[in-house]
Ligand binder design. Structure first.
Ligand SMILES: Cc1cc2nc3c(=O)[nH]c(=O)nc-3n(C[C@H](O)[C@H](O)[C@H](O)COP(=O)(O)OP(=O)(O)OC[C@H]3O[C@@H](n4cnc5c(N)ncnc54)[C@H](O)[C@@H]3O)c2cc1C
Length: 303
């Protein structure tokens, strides 16, 4: 096992970027976490799995995985929230360099070559490190190649006394991680008629999202204007998402935006222009004022 991907499942689901990580590792993967067996079944790779229970106990998982990974020249994790938490711990435990936020990474003899994305994808840093190394791979950075799939359960000793923080309570985030969200509300320039009201409009979008269990996203017009944080931008120079439902409010549907949408099963577009690209690609196109519709949605959700 020269290269191997390590993937943390949640509730039987793979994180975004799992297939890319497995592909970059030559089709070799270890799937841990909650519902690892079902998640491994979705991976077109030689998947070794062990159900290690819910939540990310990063210290305990590191202790369990480190002996297994001792011989691997390259360990790749998807740059998902859990992957980003686990990777530095594995790198420290294995005493290896961490190549974080790669858009490509491969083993070339005894050298690991990677291209690292920096400054919100505006800078590409080519780097190489002597193997062995640990890397995180950004979701959407390559087209995964399917390997001959197989599943094998592996025994992992996950210690109960690892120095993981005690979880007292899990609070619902006000806005969720975009990359993993099944439902995304996206706001664009059409949500704001008076720029002075921009922040208020997007705070409302985030409130509606929190009430619906959805993540709030935005177009570059909105993030450039400072109406919502830059990390909420969806598209070629923003986040890549892959929800089941994308609801676009006042979004034109420029290719730089839609390129970040993944393959949503359903799209709803609210726009005053029935012929705009976003409405043209939607299952349901609502011709209406986006802000008025959002106001009404929040009023009903509050009620
Ligand atoms: C190199 C490069 C990279 C880029 N990367 C990204 C990226 O990652 N993500 C991204 O999003 N963009 C990106 N862009 C910008 C992109 O080209 C578009 O300009 C941007 O997506 C448009 O955002 P928008 O739809 O919010 O705004 P607009 O183009 O201003 O469209 C507003 C929409 O709202 C509608 N509207 C107007 N009033 C109302 C109303 N009252 N109610 C409902 N609808 C209304 C309009 O009909 C229109 O369809 C990039 C551009 C470049 C050049």
């Amino acid at each position: 096992m020269r290269s191997v991907a390590v993937v943390v499942a949640r509730a039987g689901r793979l994180p975004l970027g799992a297939a890319e990580a497995a592909s970059a590792a030559g089709g070799e993967a270890i799937v841990v976490g909650d519902g690892a067996r079902a998640a491994a079944g979705e991976l077109a790779a030689r998947a070794h799995w062990c159900d290690t229970g819910p939540g990310l106990r990063a210290a305990a998982l590191t202790a369990a995985l480190a002996p297994l990974l001792a011989e691997a020249a390259l360990v790749i994790l998807p740059a998902s929230p859990d992957g980003r938490d686990l990777a530095p711990r594995l790198a420290a435990a294995l005493d290896r360099p961490l190549l974080d936020g790669a858009i490509s990474v491969a083993l070339d003899g005894e050298t690991v070559r990677a291209e690292l994305s920096r400054h919100e994808s505006r800078t590409l840093l080519r780097c190489e490190a002597p193997a062995p190394a640990v890397a995180t791979l950004e979701p959407g950075s390559l087209t995964p190649r399917a390997a001959v799939a197989s599943r094998e359960r592996i025994p992992l000793e996950v210690p109960d006394d690892a120095p993981d923080p005690e979880v007292l309570e899990v609070l619902e985030p006000e806005t969720r991680e975009l990359a993993d969200a099944r439902l995304v509300l996206g706001g664009g320039g059409g949500l704001v008629s008076d720029p002075g009201e921009g922040r208020a409009a997007f705070e409302l979008l985030e409130r509606a999202g929190a009430a619906l269990g959805a993540a709030a996203g935005a177009t570059r017009v909105a993030t450039d204007a400072g109406w919502i944080a830059r990390e909420r931008q969806i598209g070629t120079t923003g986040a890549l998402i892959d929800p089941e439902l994308y609801v676009a409010l006042g979004v034109a549907g420029a290719s730089q935006h839609t390129a970040g949408l993944g393959r949503p099963a359903h799209i709803v577009s609210v726009n005053t222009d029935a012929a705009c690209p976003m409405s043209a690609m939607a299952d349901l196109a609502i011709v209406a004022d986006a802000r008025a519709l959002l106001d009404e949605l929040v009023r009903r959700l509050d009620a």
